[in-house]
Ligand binder design. Sequence first.
Ligand SMILES: [Zn+2]
Length: 211
Amino acid sequence: MSNYCPLCQSHNIFDFHKDNQRKYLRCNNCYLVFVSKEFHLSKEEEKKRYDLHENYHNDPGYRQFLSRIFEPMNSRIKPKSFGLDFGSGPGPTLSLMFEEAGHKMNLYDIYYSVDKSVFEKQYDFITASEVVEHLKEPFEVLEKLWVCLKPEGFLGIMTKMVLDQQAFSKWHYITDMTHISFFSVETFEWIGEHINSKLEFVDKDVVIFKK
Ligand SMILES: [Zn+2]
């Protein structure tokens, strides 16, 4: 049983929801909702599920979906910027969209693009699309990305956000066993304060931090 929040480390956590598969806790300090460790999948199980994700870079529907993070990021960064797509997945697509727009991209993915040297570089922008909901240690990861961002750089995150307990209990998003960290507006505001960054909610599930 997890007795502290994986984002802010607070012990001020309580039972938020329970379904027939898992138990969900919520932190009273940063409002992260998270699945306790005993329900986390093994790496093998997790990868098996990701291998099933059929996101293809020539699928217009998928590109349309990604445009909700691509467009607001692309409008903020300078021409020919250098970016990192963190959690690029089995069929990198967002990075292709940035490359087509004239930017240079590096990729990182825990299963599909494991070159850790990407964290030794400094980027004008970093994207994490449909990634943070999979993180066991969200703060550690976000901090690592923040360090790789140049001053004035942008970090764009896309994840579906928690509204309230009622909506959460009926939410399709939580039936995916690889989803273990659920963020809300308040959670991102806590992160912004903590890393001393301005943030902008540019879509219902997209937030952009500026360093
Ligand atoms: Zn917390």
